[in-house]
Ligand binder design. Structure first.
Ligand SMILES: *Cc1c(COP(=O)(O)O)cnc(C)c1O
Length: 371
């Protein structure tokens, strides 16, 4: 795929976008413009279709990075007196806990190791041991390691117990199958700049209509009031405050490409290929993935850093950057790691080339991987 001379971002948001997506940002739009508002509407309609939530869900876009949409959902959908269970196996789960703390919403952490997925059994046990829990807030794909949590089973567990489920599916949406209608999910959050391959700057919440319509006046924030954004948009077909016009237009272009590629199945298949090529190339160099293959999602891979006095992430990063690839530092507290994303407008070729560039960088640094 054509990237020109820009480095390839192996960072899952912002990521490498396609030329057509970037080209869509070369035009200015007025926020009152009907043509722009039709773009917003068509983006929302497509997002609901991709998530198979056309019947029971509504899409509310939100300005800002993904966290703004997560905070809007948590702060707008959860009534006072609720208690939220948060399975925690990484930094994005911890961020949800921090948001709940700041908003003054009671919560219970379900602590997990960073290489241990959240399962329906663990969630069921936690729910059954505390009747005061009303909600579960789950990260679908914990991007700090790349681990996949058991969304479908956990949704079933929540539904059978009458608990509300709010899902941060930021880095899974578009790549992994999700079916909202008929599920135990009440709200699902993602953003423009991850597996949909748009630029960063717009989040969205797919919320159960009956739930959202009950939430007027509940938000703990003005700017992040999901119900108000929804109500205003329904009434006026405009965004409540200044929309990220270029981002919305580019997301429209990215969605056109997503659909032309073959939708979620094709996107997921390309990423699985990328992930396989990456892991093969890296293992051939002597690197080891942090996660077991069964829980590794095809979006971002965490690798153990080499154990060598010559290894330093900053120098390693710069050497690989020089070769045209941007890596991600690790986000783990206990083990030294780094991360490589396999999403964006890239294919297995780029993953092979990236692994080769990483191999050359290790040689240049004098880091031996094989004993
Ligand atoms: C990217 C991401 C977010 C949002 O992070 P921002 O920096 O606000 O874009 C939230 N949760 C997960 C799981 C993510 O991958």
């Amino acid at each position: 795929m054509i990237i020109g001379s820009d480095p390839i971002l192996l960072t899952p948001g912002p990521l490498t976008t396609a030329p057509a997506t970037r080209a869509a940002m070369l035009r200015d739009w007025g926020s009152w413009d009907e043509a722009f508002n039709r773009i917003t509407q068509s983006v929302c309609a497509d997002l609901l279709r991709i998530a198979q939530g056309v019947d029971e869900f509504v899409c509310v876009p939100m300005q800002g990075s993904g966290t703004f949409a997560v905070e809007a959902a948590l702060g707008s959908l959860i009534a006072d007196g609720s208690r939220v269970l948060v399975p925690n196996n990484g930094a994005y789960c911890a961020r949800i806990i921090r948001i709940l703390q700041t908003l003054g919403i009671a919560h219970t952490e379900l602590p997990l190791r960073e290489d241990q997925p959240a399962t329906a059994q663990a969630v069921a046990a936690a729910l059954d041991s505390d009747a005061s829990i009303t909600h579960v807030a789950l990260v679908h794909l914990e991007t700090s390691t790349g681990i996949l949590n058991a969304l479908e089973d956990i949704a079933e567990t929540c539904r059978s117990r009458g608990k509300r489920l709010i899902v941060d599916a930021m880095s899974a949406f578009g790549a992994l199958p999700i079916r909202l209608d008929g599920s135990g999910i009440d709200a699902l959050i993602s953003a423009s700049g991850k597996c949909l391959e748009g630029p960063p700057g717009m989040g969205f919440v797919l919320a159960r209509r009956t739930l959202l319509e009950d939430c007027a006046g509940r938000a703990r924030s003005v700017a992040l009031d999901l119900h108000d954004q929804y109500a205003y948009m329904r009434q006026t077909s405009q965004w409540r405050f200044t929309p990220p016009t270029h981002v919305v237009a580019a997301l429209r272009a990215a969605l056109d490409q997503f659909l032309a590629e073959g939708g979620q199945r094709a996107r997921g298949a390309r990423y699985r290929n990328n992930c396989r090529a990456l892991i093969e190339g890296m293992c051939a160099l002597g690197f080891k993935p942090f996660l077991a293959a069964e829980v590794q999602a095809p979006v971002i891979v965490t690798f153990h850093a080499p154990v060598s006095p010559h290894y330093d992430f900053g120098r390693f990063y710069r050497a690989v950057r020089e070769a045209g690839y941007v890596l991600y530092p690790g986000k783990l507290t206990h083990v030294e790691t780094f991360r490589v994303g396999c999403i964006g407008a890239i294919d297995a070729n780029e993953m092979h080339n990236a692994a080769a560039a990483i191999g050359r960088a290790m040689q240049a640094l004098g880091v031996a991987l094989r004993p």
